[in-house]
Design a protein around this ligand. Structure first.
Ligand SMILES: [Zn+2]
Ligand SMILES: [Zn+2]
Length: 154
């Protein structure tokens, strides 16, 4: 379902301090206090509530990768509450499919490139392997940026 026009109107009315702007992807910009949305996305209602939830929860920087997954999970939980308030549907499948992309991403980042054991993030963006003592760095990632890459399409 594309974006419900009355939902957008309600959100603009109820969150006057947040800018809602049409785009080709969904995102939340803490610096601009802006939610970007793609009105034709099949999950548009769910995704705009998810981005708004990042705004309401005050999500900005994340210290470590596991914190990013925690933020994504919290924003989906909050979005389900908003869906009740605004009488739209957020399917559990939509939330789970999006969270799966983060779980896959976290798994890929924490896998030791040398021996394939699972490492842990010792300092932000640096992982260490308990099996072979190797270490590696990863790129910074951004909230909600993963789904564009369709790591785990369904
Ligand atoms: Zn290793
Ligand atoms: Zn998100």
């Amino acid at each position: 379902m594309p974006l419900t026009p009355s939902l957008l109107n309600s959100l603009q009315r109820d969150f006057p301090h947040i800018t809602f702007r049409e785009s080709d992807a969904f995102s939340w910009s803490p610096t601009e206090k802006a939610v970007s949305y793609s009105p034709t996305d099949p999950d548009a209602d769910a995704l705009i509530l998810h981005e708004l939830s990042h705004a309401i929860l005050g999500h900005e920087e994340y210290p470590k990768d596991v914190a990013l997954l925690a933020m994504e999970t919290a924003a989906w939980d909050h979005a389900k509450g908003l869906a009740d308030t605004y009488k739209v549907v957020v399917e559990d499948d939509t939330a789970e499919a999006n969270l799966d992309t983060y779980r896959d991403w976290l798994h890929a980042r924490s896998t030791c490139p040398a021996c394939k054991a699972t490492g842990y993030e010792t300092t932000p963006r640096t992982y260490s392997c308990v099996a072979c003592s190797g270490s590696w760095t990863v790129n910074e990632a951004r909230l909600c940026a993963l789904r564009r890459y369709k790591i785990h399409p369904r």
